[in-house]
Design a protein around this ligand. Sequence first.
Ligand SMILES: Cc1cc2nc3c(=O)[nH]c(=O)nc-3n(C[C@H](O)[C@H](O)[C@H](O)COP(=O)(O)OP(=O)(O)OC[C@H]3O[C@@H](n4cnc5c(N)ncnc54)[C@H](O)[C@@H]3O)c2cc1C
Length: 469
Amino acid sequence: MADYDTIVVGGGISGLLSALVLSKHGKKVLVLEKDDILGGNCNSYMVDGFQVDTGPHAITHLREGPLRRLMDEYFNYLPFFVDYGHYYVRTDKGLTKIPSNVKEFVTFDVLPRKDRLLLSQALTKAMTQMTFGMLDGEQPVYDYLPKGLSMDTHDFVNAIAYFLSGKSMKETSVNRVLYGSSFMRDSVSVDVFKDEEILPDPSYASQITDMLSKYHLMDHLSSLGRLATNKVAYAQAYPRGGLKSLLNAVLYSMPDTVRIKTGSRVIQILNDGEKVTGVSTDTDSYSSDTVVYTGFAKHLPSLVQLPPDYVADLSRIDQTLSLTIWLGLKQKMKEFDYTGSEVWFRGGAYWAMPISNYDESLAPEGKQLVGFTFVIDDKNDIENEKKNALGLIMKAVPGIENNIEMTHYQLTIPEKAAVTINGYFAGIRSPVKNLYLAGTDTDKRSMGVTRAAYSALELLKAMKEDKNI
Ligand SMILES: Cc1cc2nc3c(=O)[nH]c(=O)nc-3n(C[C@H](O)[C@H](O)[C@H](O)COP(=O)(O)OP(=O)(O)OC[C@H]3O[C@@H](n4cnc5c(N)ncnc54)[C@H](O)[C@@H]3O)c2cc1C
């Protein structure tokens, strides 16, 4: 008899969610994590009195997404979530809310008026075409942009593309921007089409409304339109106590039938030529009926022999390297007097979150903690990238340099696969029987923790179909 029903390789959020789900379906599970701590990219730790996260995080799709389903179904303890707030863009004039629907876009005065009109027309066209199945959305954002936009507007669209996919607008699909930014899901409402001001031709509005009635799409689209304002707070949040509160909620919910070993790197996945039989670490071997691998799918061929076609597919997985700079501020700054996050896009781009505004205990009394994330090129000199990134922050927030008491750098790969146009996603099943994959390179929907949660649900489905549950 095998030592365990299932061995989960990797104790990041994907592995732990998988272990939780499987154990609650009666499985005896072993989790093996190579590092000395659990959580992977989903954790928090102390630096000079400030509690930093592994990158600034917004937990998304909390109302009805996959994490919500897992929490409702399998968690014994729930993190306390604080409303996320808003997304802003920072310019020399301060902060402006990023539009979350076409109407708001028209008054978004960060960009020149002419560009706003061109962009809202392009957005309206893309949303309409998408609604009626006339656009597959897989073309690059760059190709879909109207001609004659200013450089500034190009930089803005590029910054948003980097934020949503980790890649430039030439490698990001129209789909990713429309769905990832919630434009599609949140703002395809009838009022959008009724607003004649934003449409190229006023008669277009009534044509669209007529079409919607004809195809009985009115009710459907109106219900999607309930999010038609920038109310991200209803759907997104930050866990009070930091990102580790989410990790701890998973760990506290784990039944006794789960054993977790840190400092255990899996070096081989064992099989009998037909199906998996267990795994080996540097020091031990464990037998099991099924194995769930949640490390980089790209690295799977170094652990087990796989068919060449599959190995070739895995090598197509595209990734993004990110740099986060955490700044501990001596005093709170009026520039960061908000909850949510900000994007800067001039002369370089960052995404920033003042996380101690959600929970003051993350910074020493009277101080503030802000995380700034950059997408960087791993071919460049990293020290230079750090210097440039810090320089950009100082340009965006004049005076901040006099107020910094802690600087902490993190180099991370936020998701194991970036959602690019020709990128590859591994899926849940491997070619080896009873060897499954989970994690952010198996499911392209959404991003980050939400994507990890999707993968745990898909794993459950696949194992049920294979009669392994
Ligand atoms: C800067 C930044 C910002 C982010 N922002 C957001 C956000 O706003 N919203 C959001 O939802 N998500 C965000 N994310 C992404 C999110 O944190 C990750 O997608 C998620 O934590 C990935 O979880 P995972 O378990 O799939 O992978 P990982 O966290 O990489 O975990 C994999 C684990 O497997 C272990 N492992 C690998 N190989 C082996 C082996 N052979 N043996 C044993 N153990 C092994 C690793 O050590 C690791 O602990 C962000 C991430 C970063 C870095």
